[in-house]
Design a protein around this ligand. Sequence first.
Ligand code: FAD
Length: 638
Amino acid sequence: MTEVERLNYDVVVIGAGGAGLRAVIEARERGFSVAVVCKSLFGKAHTVMAEGGCAASMGNANSNDNWQVHFRDTMRGGKFLNNWRMAELHAREAPDRVWELETYGALFDRTADGRISQRNFGGHTYPRLAHVGDRTGLELIRTMQQKIVSLQQEDFKETGDYEARIKVFAECTITELLTEDGRISGAFGYWRESGRFILFESPAVVLATGGIGKSFKVTSNSWEYTGDGHALALRAGAKLINMEFVQFHPTGMVWPPSVKGILVTEGVRGDGGVLKNTEDKRFMFEYVPEVFKGQYADSEEEADRWYADADNNRRTPDLLPRDEVARAINSEVKAGRGSPHGGVFLDIASRLPAEEIRKRLPSMYHQFKELADVDITKEPMEVGPTCHYVMGGIEVDPDTASSSVPGLFAAGECSGGMHGSNRLGGNSLSDLLVFGRRAGLGAASYVAELKERPKVSQSDVDAAAAMALAPFDPPGDGVEENPYSLHTELQQSMNDLVGIIRKAEEIERALEKLGELRERIKRVTVEGHRQFNPGWHLAVDLRNMLMVSECVARAALTRTESRGGHTRDDHPGMDPQWRNKLLVCSATPGDNPVVPDIGIEVKAQLPLRQDLLELFELSELGKYYTDEELTSHPGSQV
Ligand code: FAD
């Protein structure tokens, strides 16, 4: 029998980023005991890297802003493939969630008259991002951790134990979810330092594990983004949607090679920075797509006036949604007008005084100075697309964040639907707060209504332990595979063949490669023992990366159109017949014990509720919808 530390909680939250922490707070506020598990140090989640800000239509910088405008922007950004109920809840609730953070102790930057300041970002009609310089995510995490400590102090007063209701398990990786009769019964994992196993017996699990970027070679994502939550959910029987939509942020560093992919915040453009090619031309004016024609400035003069007078001028095309800007940069580089290291130039130096740049963008200033020896107050940056965010994720009920598996909830980047085919900048931090809260609430309500709790079976624990230990005990047929080599090959294939621009023949090659890696992973071998062993950790993560990569590739091959974060060279246009179709991935055991088979099916999106449909002009919807879908719009009856 496997030696395992066993613990009991009402709710287990996997992930201590923004979504996870907000879920913890909510479940604890409802009186339940919560374990929060994270594979990195507590406080080091990906959310701390968020720079630009948190989108919420507070109307502080422009009083015309409101939830309906935010909703419209989000749907436009996602090319109308979003789960509209999620987009609605998000737009309605984001301002309250930002205010609430201040009650926890956050301090956002202020306007001259003392209100929360809001900055411009791509695709947002009005300045909407509440921010703390370019370190907003850090403030979010700092504040929620502070709130958790204050709740622990309350628990101490009541019970004499700080950890009576919230306990943090840091540097602890969950490798498997356990179920009984299809319902969640627990989560199994290991301590990274000692390699010892740990079992959480719990009827409710909230997945808040973030994204999948480490399956791609060039990425802004950190080592934790190995798609664990996506894969855990699939293996437990839940479904993933929208996996073909991967966001390539237009501005990652391109030089030096050791830092390629590190993010350059959109805040640089929001604060006046412009993209230029080697001919010193502001090329974005050439790339305003048909669906956005009329909404963006068509001259440099108007674009520049817009920064000071947004009511009487149209916004700069430098701030088009990310998918459009990334494709434009890609085209400029392909046309030979790229910068020396294969990107384009991003110039803030000639646009703002040096002092102002250092004040508004302190992290960017230091990042370029320290990593690339570039002074952004004097010279332009070199930037290019980098894999940044996955729109696809676990399919959830918008109101409760529950997946199709009873007891399993998901929030944040590992969930799917909210952002459709493309996320607007700033909409992730608000998503984490809105749906992190809803997931905590959903899990608490589920537990409250349970008549009896599912039990963990010993055979499931033994199987999870055997799977985790397999890399120490390869088949012994003389062939041994190295996890680092397999990871490098996976990243290269995904980058080259399922990257920013895709075509059928290349995706098919990627799928062949993934098939080969699926076989080779059975022979992944690691040396040494279980105490802090990075090779073993990677070997365990690899099966997750392979599963999610296969979902991305299969969905990308199936969707024969280009939309948002999915660009098909062989199907360049958006096809209205595809707009309301979701691609749903599920896993079946198959004949490979390590990596299950991935199936894909097409599912119709629910039609947009009438009052939300009427928030748009018929002429705009006509660019995305089929005529039949629009017969209920009042404009079609006149
Ligand atoms: P995370 O914050 O990544 O947390 C994931 C957690 O899950 C971590 O604690 C991790 O350790 C844990 N975990 C993962 N797998 C396991 C496992 N198997 N077992 C246990 N724990 C596990 N968005 C905005 O809205 N505005 C911005 O300005 C912005 N800037 C960004 C800048 C950068 C550089 C990057 C990379 C992203 C940015 N984003 C921004 C996106 C945003 O930061 C992320 O989408 C968001 O933080 C994800 O939060 P999360 O809570 O879902 O996951």
